[in-house]
Design a protein around this ligand. Structure first.
Ligand code: ATP
Ligand code: MG
Length: 330
C-alpha cells in the first residue's frame, strides 16, 4: 500500500479501557502510529466468547472502546479503527485456520486456562476455546507485522505464528508471521492485588474515571498487608500502589520504594502522591474524551470509514487464501 509496516492491535468491547491497557498496549500503538500503518480492531465477536448472553452490551461498549482509544491519543487521521463483526472475511479465515490446530493445543493454552477459571467455565464452548484462532485471523487478514499487546496475549500470538507457518507450508507462502510487541509494563496488577487488572474483573482504574474516582480507588488499593503502622517496614514487591508508581511515576518510584522499605513514608501519603500523579496523567485524556464525546457523528464516521477501508484489504487476502487452497469452482 504505502510501504509502511503494519500494526494490528485492539480490544474486546467488554467495557471501558483502563491504565493496564494503556501500559500494556495503547502507549506503544500511540507512539508507533505515525511510523506504522496502524489498524485497531474492536473485537466484538471475541467479546461474545464470554458475553454471548448479553450481546446488547456491545452497542455501547464498541463506542466506549473507540472513545478510549481516541482520548488516549490515537489520531484518526493516521490510524484506522474498525469493527471485527463487519469484516466477514475474518470469520471465513477463522474457519480455514480451525482445521490447522488441534483441540489439545487450545486446551493447553495458558491464557485460555486462566480465563476459563476466571469466568468459572467448566465446559468450554467451541467459540471460547477457538478465541486464539479467531485472533490469528484478525492479525493475519491484514498481514500485520507487529502486534502491540499485554503479556496475556503472548500465547495467542504464538498460535497465530504457528498457524501462518502451517498454512504457508501446506498451501502457499502468502501469509505473514506476526511479532508481539510487549508494552513497558506487559502486566499491570489489579487494585485488589489480582495478577491482572481486567475490565471484567472490577479491579481497574479506567482512563475515563473522574479525579474523585481515581482518588478513592487508589485509597482502596492493596498494599503490603503486613504493614500496619507507619513504623512497619513495607515490601513494595507486593504493593499495587508501588507497582503503579513504577509505571506512571518513573522518576520518583525508586525513592518511594526505598522510603517504603525503610518506613520513611506511610501508605496514606504514598497513595495521595499516586492519585495526584495519575490524575495529572489522565487530565489530557479526559479533555480529549470530552472533545470526542461531543462529536458522536464524527466518531461513527471514523468507525464506518475505517471498517470500509479494512474490508478492501480483507477481500484481497481472502482471494489469495482461496487461491492458495484451490477453493475456486466457477
Ligand atoms: P477482559 O477482562 O474483558 O478480557 P481485558 O482487560 O483483558 O478485558 P482485552 O480487551 O481482553 O482487555 O485486552 C486488550 C489488550 O490489553 C490486550 O493486548 C491485553 O494484553 C492488554 N491488557 C489487558 N489488561 C492488561 C493489563 N492488566 N496489563 C497489561 N496489558 C493488559
Ligand atoms: Mg482479556
Amino acid at each position: 500500500m504505502n510501504g509502511k509496516k503494519r500494526i494490528l492491535t485492539g480490544e474486546r468491547p467488554t467495557g471501558r479501557l483502563h491504565i493496564g491497557h494503556y501500559a500494556g498496549s495503547l502507549e506503544n500503538r500511540i507512539k508507533l502510529q505515525h511510523q506504522y500503518e496502524t489498524f485497531i480492531i474492536i473485537a466484538d465477536v471475541q467479546a461474545l466468547t464470554t458475553h454471548f448472553e448479553k450481546p446488547e452490551i456491545l452497542q455501547k461498549a464498541v463506542y466506549d472502546v473507540a472513545l478510549d482509544n481516541l482520548a488516549a491519543g490515537i489520531d484518526p487521521e493516521v490510524s484506522t479503527l474498525f469493527i471485527q463483526s463487519q469484516i466477514p472475511q475474518i470469520a471465513e479465515l477463522t474457519i480455514f485456520y480451525s482445521m490447522l490446530i488441534t483441540v489439545n493445543a487450545l486446551r493447553h493454552n495458558p491464557t485460555i486456562k486462566t480465563e476459563a477459571s476466571q469466568y468459572g467455565y467448566k465446559d468450554l464452548t467451541y467459540g471460547f476455546l477457538g478465541y486464539p484462532v479467531s485472533q490469528a485471523a484478525d492479525i493475519t487478514f491484514c498481514k500485520a507485522d507487529l502486534v502491540p499487546v499485554g503479556e496475556d496475549q503472548v500465547p495467542h500470538i504464538e498460535v497465530a505464528r504457528k498457524l501462518v507457518r502451517r498454512f504457508n507450508s501446506l498451501y502457499k507462502p502468502i501469509l505473514k508471521e506476526p511479532e508481539a510487541l510487549l508494552g513497558d509494563c506487559p502486566r499491570v496488577v489489579g487494585l485488589d492485588g489480582n495478577a491482572k487488572m481486567g475490565k471484567s474483573l472490577n479491579n481497574a482504574i479506567y482512563l475515563s474515571d473522574s479525579e474523585e474516582d481515581v482518588s478513592s480507588k487508589v485509597k482502596s488499593a492493596v498494599t503490603d498487608p503486613a504493614r500496619i503502622t507507619l513504623k512497619d517496614k513495607g515490601n513494595p514487591e507486593i504493593c499495587a500502589v508501588c507497582a503503579y508508581h513504577k509505571i506512571f511515576n518513573k522518576e520518583e518510584s525508586h525513592n518511594i520504594e526505598e522510603m517504603c522499605k525503610n518506613a520513611g513514608i506511610g501508605c496514606t501519603a504514598c497513595k495521595k502522591n499516586l492519585a495526584a500523579v495519575l490524575n495529572q496523567f489522565l487530565e489530557p485524556i479526559r479533555d480529549r474524551r470530552i472533545y470526542y464525546e461531543t462529536k458522536q457523528n464524527y466518531v461513527k464516521n471514523i468507525l464506518m470509514t475505517g471498517t470500509e477501508k479494512v474490508r478492501e484489504c480483507a477481500k484481497q487476502t481472502i482471494e489469495e487464501v482461496r487461491e492458495a487452497m484451490s477453493i475456486r469452482y466457477f
